[in-house]
Write a protein that binds this ligand. Structure first.
Ligand SMILES: Nc1ncnc2c1ncn2[C@@H]1O[C@H](COP(=O)(O)OP(=O)(O)OP(=O)(O)O)[C@@H](O)[C@H]1O
Length: 248
């Protein structure tokens, strides 16, 4: 499978705090990679460097064969990297379908015409309908996002990210704050993501991690402690001692 994301020896400090220590790993098309580790291990800081929110002090990030280390977030999105939007960045008062349409307009460089009806763009209209269908949101197409249950808002975030047609999708704790009863729907949505998409997920819910991931990278104190299949990680004595907290 083709190499999409190549993280090479990343390093980052916040003052005296060394939060990313020589981190390297790769993501290929179709990978389902979970990044796990104790609180404060540096997961979010790492993903922020990958998406372009933070600049590393050393090391390189290659996306689809291009060195993007010095590129901004928007340029990385154009190269195929999407990250789930945080709830606060959604326009909560807009109906779900309208938000999806606006993301599609944006992707097509038609942002200036986003006030127009999508009816003038049959292909985009069909795509919006397909996204609503994929995430089980058809019944809520006309509902303002802020009126949806929290778990459904997370589904809208995922639909918006997918509307950008990414090759690599970064999901930062999609289960956080989602009531138990809604978890199954979210998991089904994760399972239904396009097969050739590469997904990097940060998640504390170990049930989800071990169900969803094909590979797991464990971070501890900013460095990669282990990188392997879910079975390798489950059995790894270092991981058990540092994180999973169960004796081998
Ligand atoms: N902007 C910042 N300035 C200074 N220190 C920071 C900053 N952002 C994060 N840190 C520190 O860097 C370390 C790693 O934080 P980070 O949020 O990346 O960890 P995490 O693994 O995502 O944790 P969690 O699982 O709790 O979300 C922590 O000690 C945190 O306090």
């Amino acid at each position: 499978m083709s190499l999409l994301l190549d993280i090479r020896d990343l390093d980052k400090r916040f003052g005296g705090l060394h939060v990313t220590r020589g981190v390297s790993f790769q993501l290929h098309a179709g990978d389902r990679l979970a990044l796990i580790g104790p609180n404060g291990a540096g997961k979010t800081t790492l993903v922020n460097q990958v998406s372009g929110v933070l600049r590393p002090d050393a090391g390189e990030i290659w996306l689809r064969g291009e060195n993007v280390t010095r590129l901004g977030q928007a340029q990385r999105v154009r190269l195929g990297l999407a990250r789930t939007f945080q709830i606060t960045t959604l326009a909560p008062q807009l109906p779900v379908q309208r938000q999806i349409e606006m993301a599609l307009f944006e992707r097509e460089g038609l942002g200036g015409r986003a006030w127009r009806s999508v009816d003038a763009y049959p292909a985009l209209n069909a795509e919006a309908q397909a996204l609503l269908q994929r995430f089980g949101l058809r019944a809520h197409a006309a509902t303002p996002t802020e009126d949806l249950a929290y778990g459904e808002q997370r589904l809208v975030e995922m639909a918006l990210a997918l509307a950008l047609r990414p090759k690599v999708l970064l999901l930062d704790e999609p289960m956080a704050g989602v009531p138990r009863g809604d978890g199954a729907r979210l998991l089904a949505a994760l399972d239904s993501l396009p097969r050739d998409l590469a997904v990097l997920i940060i998640e504390h819910d170990m049930d989800l991690v071990f169900r969803f991931a094909s590979r797991i990278v464990v971070l501890a104190e900013g460095a990669v402690l282990a990188d392997g299949s879910p079975d390798d990680i489950r059995r790894d004595p270092k991981v058990r001692a540092a994180y999973l907290g169960t004796p081998a």
